[in-house]
Design a protein around this ligand. Structure first.
Ligand SMILES: C[S@@+](CC[C@H](N)C(=O)[O-])C[C@H]1O[C@@H](n2cnc3c(N)ncnc32)[C@H](O)[C@@H]1O
Length: 284
């Protein structure tokens, strides 16, 4: 398994940081979700189950974001599946275990679009534990900078069926133009009635300082992504519903780091967004 880990690049390794925050929530007595797979993945990777000294600041800033978004997207995706989107695409799925841990309705087909080494590592862990996905799962090993639409189609995706898309933990690692290209392709593949969900935030000094403590290389992964999520969705033909993370957290009885709590100490917005596909791109 160690050799498989060495094939995973810097951005791919960020998936393990997310897994460690989900593993911590799994141990929480009143957790917003359960994810027994996160800990298995960390153990297989030989990574600590608790944040070490250098990553405690990162856990403090990002912990609630990951936990709240995870639960929010669980609810949203299961709701979309229950109301007709039986095709689910997890874009840049990393160590997300939703195909295994959520109770998908019968007939749900799930696609995980990810880099091949990341998928290989996760598949290996799931196989070792004889874990069975709750729907028909298709790993799609590809790079989102390449022709991922063809890879997805070859894996059995049907663009004429309503789809629930999740783009989680990715947009802040993309330049605005790359995010725009991603959404353009995804929108082309989205039949009316499709649903899209994503998280996004403005990187501020607290987050930069926290990732600098782990490695400046990690800080260099932060990019801007789309600067105005609602306008961005609207421009690509989606009816947006954009929320502040702090408000969603509050609805779950959680609080977020002050850097992302609207008020004088805020360092930027942190959003959770969903959208439904209308038909074509809308005028601004
Ligand atoms: C922070 S992780 C988030 C993983 C997962 N969505 C989650 O929330 O647990 C970012 C993921 O994006 C993937 N990723 C980044 N750039 C990519 C690209 N060009 N093609 C495919 N996957 C990519 C990485 O491999 C990594 O797994």
């Amino acid at each position: 398994m160690a050799s498989e880990l060495s094939g995973i690049d810097a951005i791919g390794r960020t998936a393990f940081a997310v897994a460690s925050l989900r593993a911590a929530e799994h141990r929480h007595p009143e957790g917003l979700f359960t994810d027994p797979y996160a800990e298995r993945i960390l153990r297989a990777a030989g990574m600590p189950l608790e944040p070490q000294a250098d990553s405690r600041g990162f856990a403090a800033v990002m912990g609630a974001q990951v936990v709240v978004r995870s639960r929010y997207f669980d609810d949203l995706l299961l709701g979309a599946a229950a109301t007709g989107c039986r095709q689910i695409v997890l874009v840049a799925s990393g160590m997300d275990s939703r195909p295994w841990r959520l109770a998908w309705p019968e007939g749900t087909v799930l696609f995980e679009v990810e880099q091949e080494p990341v998928l290989r590592f996760k598949d290996h862990v799931m196989d070792e534990h004889d874990a069975q996905p709750a729907g028909l799962r298709h790993p799609v090993a590809t790079d989102l900078r390449d022709d991922w639409a063809s890879a997805l189609t070859e894996a059995g995706f049907h663009a004429d069926l309503p789809t629930a898309w999740l783009v989680e933990g990715l947009l802040y690692a993309l330049e605005e133009t790359s995010a725009d290209q991603l959404l353009a392709v995804l929108s082309e593949l989205s039949a009316p009635g499709s649903v899209l969900a994503f998280d996004h935030f403005e990187v501020g000094p607290s987050l930069r300082a926290a990732t600098d403590r782990i490695s400046p290389d990690l800080t260099r992964l932060w990019k801007s992504g789309p600067t105005d999520p609602a306008a961005w969705l609207h421009r690509h033909g989606w009816e947006p519903s954009v929320h502040e993370l702090a408000d969603v957290a509050d609805s779950f009885g959680r609080t977020v780091h002050p850097a992302y709590t609207p008020g004088p100490a805020a360092e930027g917005h942190s959003w959770l967004a969903s959208a439904t596909r209308t038909t074509a791109a809308l005028p601004d």
